[in-house]
Design a protein around this ligand. Structure first.
Ligand SMILES: [Zn+2]
Length: 64
């Protein structure tokens, strides 16, 4: 079964015969990957924010 268009495909099919999407990776793994990508973006944002805060603290320390 194609997770995108619900068309039936052979178990060994790598690409859906109906919508031509990659179905070699199970939908659960795709969802897991999307979740990890979201977490990574979130961590990146937090890291950038932490850097900004650190920079602000450093600047404050220097001016004193
Ligand atoms: Zn499909």
């Amino acid at each position: 079964m194609c997770p995108y268009c619900q068309a039936e495909n052979a178990d060994s099919a790598l690409v859906c015969a109906s919508c031509a999407r990659d179905i070699a990776v199970p939908a659960t793994l795709i969802a897991e990957r999307d979740d990890l990508l979201r977490k990574r973006d979130q961590l990146r944002a937090e890291l950038a924010q932490a850097r900004d805060e650190l920079e602000a603290i450093m600047r404050r320390g220097k001016s004193r």
